[in-house]
Design a protein around this ligand. Structure first.
Ligand SMILES: [Zn+2]
Length: 523
């Protein structure tokens, strides 16, 4: 007897082929039957009438940030309601393992701040912990380059031979314990201090074990093209498949660069066995802290010191020059805050006009009150995003941190992509702009990432595949999260299964934790 029989669904099997009406059986965590005829259907404990609903494989989010959200209940609700049943974390150079000695104090502080128990060092131990706690959906990880550096290096600018060897050993060990590859975050410390050669050596180890190289590149603005070349050089020298993370070309003067970038990747792909792909989120704004837009040295020391420093006219003047030099557009920078209603939902430009402050003075005033102030900054061209999303080698990502959503203490306000990237993608590109067919849109978030990351038996509705499946009401698919109200769950998922267990039934989520840790099996 099968556990479930999903009857008369419109089946989009993940391959990109046209849909067909049929029934799907689930048994022991696997898809146990796909039936095109309605006669002689097998018996099942639960029958789901799926007439008029679209059945797809569960989505794979190629880009999540950290792995600390899983310690809190319902950490994945916001993703399950987008149809995501698997996420790959450890991106942008930071992963929860391996933790070498020098990183222990940082991890201890983080654990204290977020209120989770930190008691692992290796990826094996971390994965075992997740399996013990129980997770809502499937997870896999990359190994973060900054995590390796942070754990091994005394001086981030100088790598001794023994420190380099430690990083290599840890990389190798992580690959053997199930990592899917190497990630870098080359705008963040300590990853940003690394030479290309160091990354090539680590990427070679990932390649040896069937892994990929995913990079938040050194530059997503004026030097985007150079950053792409570095990524491709690493791919070529290590002989590894590369993934450009959350591809974007930020700031107005860089608008329109993406078509040429994609053309460069296509040329590269034509002449190399290893392939370059991208992931991208369907939004024109980034979400970060206001303090990212002033020189870092003004923020050193305690809050009192920062306040005192930002009061000085020469500092205000330097910030004024800095924003002109960087070409930041303050009319596109929106303050997100519940604590300061006088600023909430206004741009820095608007606040400056309203209070009669200069732009740099406005930034100083805000930062003196709250150095942690979150902003949303519209700095990406819609046409660039459209070209990127519809590119044949593009996958979709949330690029989201899950821990601020469920941790007892919130860390800022999430970007709406956390709750809505995949529904926004379907809503905008399939239904509104009609740039993608539903079957092609589904392929880009199911079989394509599964094949790219070498995740076996997921990403398709096929007999013998893991039963990660979603029943959508296509007419109801809609993102609800907005920049000012980002924690709204998406609409459209009626039923959802993870490893054959039903997690969402008639739009309601339960407390089950059927998720599995997905380990690299190429070893
Ligand atoms: Zn990133």
């Amino acid at each position: 007897m099968h556990n479930f029989l999903i009857k008369e669904a419109t089946i989009y099997n993940g391959s990109g082929e046209k849909p067909f009406v049929g029934s799907v059986a689930i048994k022991d965590g696997l898809i146990s039957g796909v039936f095109k005829e309605e006669d002689n259907l097998p018996e099942a404990k639960h029958i789901v009438d799926a007439k008029g609903l679209a059945l797809t494989p569960g989505f794979i989010d190629t880009h999540a940030s950290t792995g600390f959200g899983y310690f809190f209940p319902h950490a994945a609700d916001h993703k399950l309601y987008q149809g995501i049943t698997t996420e790959i974390f450890g991106n942008c150079g930071t992963s929860p393992a391996p933790i070498n000695e020098r990183l222990v104090p940082t991890m201890e502080k983080l654990a204290k701040d977020l209120e989770f128990t930190f008691n692992w060092r290796t990826l094996r131990e971390y994965f075992q912990l997740l399996e013990k706690i129980g997770i809502q959906f499937n997870v896999a990880t990359l190994t973060g380059h900054s995590t390796l550096r942070g754990g091994a290096l005394q001086d981030w600018n100088k790598v001794s031979e023994s420190e380099h060897n430690l990083m290599e050993r840890s990389m190798e060990e992580s690959m053997l314990e199930g990592s899917l590859g190497l990630s870098t975050g080359l705008i963040y410390a300590p990853g940003c201090f690394a030479e290309t050669d160091e990354i090539v050596e680590l990427a070679k180890i990932a390649q040896k074990h069937g892994g990929v190289y995913a990079s938040h590149m050194r530059d997503e603005r004026d030097k985007l093209e150079e950053a792409i070349e570095e990524t491709l050089t690493i791919g070529e020298q290590a002989g590894i498949n590369v993934l450009v993370s959350h591809l974007k070309s930020a700031e107005k003067r860089n608008y329109g660069k993406i078509p040429a970038v994609l053309k460069r990747l296509e040329e590269y792909n034509k002449s190399h066995a290893q392939q370059a792909k991208i992931d991208v989120y369907p939004y024109t704004a980034v979400s970060t802290k206001l303090r990212a837009f002033i020189p870092k040295r003004f923020l050193e020391g305690g809050l009192e010191e920062v306040k005192h420093r930002l009061d000085k006219p020469e500092v205000e003047e330097e910030i004024a020059n800095y924003i002109v030099d960087k070409n930041y557009d303050m009319s596109q920078m929106l303050i997100i805050s519940n604590e300061y209603p006088e600023w909430e939902g206004k741009t820095v430009q608007q606040i400056s006009n309203e209070f009669g402050w200069t732009l740099s003075g406005t930034m100083c005033e805000i930062l003196k009150r709250d150095t942690e102030m979150w902003i949303v900054y519209h700095c990406i061209d819609q046409a660039d995003i459209d070209v990127a999303i519809t590119w044949e080698n593009a996958m979709i990502c949330t690029d989201s941190w899950s821990h601020p959503i469920n941790a007892p203490k919130r860390i800022g306000v999430p970007h709406p992509r956390s709750y809505g990237a995949f529904t926004e993608y379907l809503y905008q590109y399939v239904f509104q702009k009609k740039m993608l067919t539903f079957e092609e849109a589904i392929r880009k978030v199911t079989s394509m990432p599964a094949e790219y990351f070498n995740i076996k038996h997921r990403g398709k509705i096929e007999v013998g595949y893991k039963a990660d499946a979603v029943l959508f009401n296509m007419e109801k698919i809609k993102p609800m999260a907005t920049y000012t109200d980002p924690c709204e769950l998406s609409k459209g998922v009626e039923h959802l299964w993870v490893n054959g267990e039903q997690m969402i039934e008639n739009g309601l989520i339960n407390d089950a934790t059927p998720g599995e840790v997905i380990r690299n099996t190429a070893n």
